[in-house]
Design a protein around this ligand. Structure first.
Ligand SMILES: Nc1ncnc2c1ncn2[C@@H]1O[C@H](COP(=O)(O)OP(=O)(O)OP(=O)(O)O)[C@@H](O)[C@H]1O
Length: 306
């Protein structure tokens, strides 16, 4: 009895009774990455909130490990579900940085792959391909886009199965040095996890990326333009709002990616419009995307002819 009292006293003398978690966060510089994520990605409030929650868990884990309360490496593999262009790759890049700053991985780089990078066409080709990718990704994050293509239910002999087995093994045995993020459409990912429970059980965090609303896509467009020192004229902005409403009803719409592509084409038309014009060009005009640069898009032709 007396000796256990002494042990408690000794512990209180040798270790501080409180920990400043905010100071801990500051020390890792993770807050800077979170701020950058906030700046570079418009909207995505639920995703940003989940990332903050994961950071809180990892900071606490880090402290607890230092204090000797946890010994084993936590599982950090994740799944990012959502439609194309909803920011999954961008968030994965920042996540790799965060994991590095928190000491969860050695290097913090991101290796982004699809089935073709992992699975060979012929017998004996898959294992070396998968292992080569894993070697490149070690110390960082392996991002597997449209991960469900690895598994082909209709073909038992599909080489994808070989890649899956190697991945599962590495996700279990080398999780102190590699974090895997599986990404893709939510429904297909669900099916994939149902057919491959080994994957589901190794995933610690699921994050869902919602589609952007029209207003968010407009803000994304303005942010992307501002980053390149362009802006919309008031008519240009109206035209782009119409573009968004039209484009999102058409096939292969991919959220922010479609916006980036549309702006690239608008800049091309803008440049050519001024080239076609005689005489000097106002600097202000060189920075301004007008209705003419947007309304000449083929997206509106399709609408008119349908
Ligand atoms: N919320 C956002 N704010 C600003 N830009 C964004 C946002 N979401 C995505 N983007 C931009 O859109 C493009 C596509 O994003 P990203 O590649 O991260 O999406 P994804 O979900 O991985 O889609 P995909 O699978 O098609 O690559 C990138 O250029 C990214 O910077």
């Amino acid at each position: 009895m007396a000796s256990s009292d002494n042990a408690t006293e000794d512990a209180s003398v040798s270790s501080p009774a409180t920990i400043d978690l905010r100071a801990e966060l500051r020390e890792t510089h993770v807050q800077e990455v979170l701020d950058q994520l906030d700046r570079e990605l418009v909207g995505l409030a639920p995703v940003k909130e989940r990332i903050r929650q994961i950071c809180a868990l990892l900071v606490v884990d880090r402290v607890r490990r230092r204090l000797g309360f946890v010994a084993e490496t936590p599982t950090l593999h994740m799944s990012f579900t959502g439609n194309p262009g909803t920011g999954k790759t961008t968030v994965a890049l920042r996540m790799a940085e965060i994991l590095h700053k928190l000491g969860c991985v050695r290097k913090g780089h991101l290796v982004s792959v699809t089935r073709d990078d992992l699975v060979g066409q012929y017998i004996g080709h898959t294992a070396p391909k998968t292992k080569e990718v894993l070697k490149r990704a070690m110390g960082g994050v392996l991002f597997i886009d449209e991960a469900y293509y690895l598994y082909r239910q209709e073909n038992e002999r599909d080489y994808g199965q070989e890649a899956i087995e190697i991945l599962l093994q590495v996700m279990e045995n080398q999780r102190e040095d590699l974090v895997v993020i599986l990404a893709g459409y939510a429904t297909r990912m669900d099916q994939f996890f149902r057919s491959n429970p080994g994957f589901r059980s190794r995933i610690a965090h699921h994050i869902d990326f919602p589609d952007y609303g029209d207003d968010e896509l407009m803000s994304i467009a303005e942010t992307m333009l501002a980053a390149q020192h362009y802006k919309f004229s008031p008519e240009g902005a109206k035209a782009f709002e119409a573009y968004i409403a039209t484009r999102r009803r058409q096939p292969l719409f991919s959220n922010a990616r479609s916006i980036r592509n549309a702006l690239d084409r608008a800049r091309l038309r803008h440049a050519n419009r001024y080239f076609a014009q005689e005489g000097p060009v106002l600097i202000e005009d060189l920075m301004t995307i007008d209705a003419a640069d947007v309304l000449t898009s083929r997206v509106f032709d399709a609408e008119a002819s349908s």
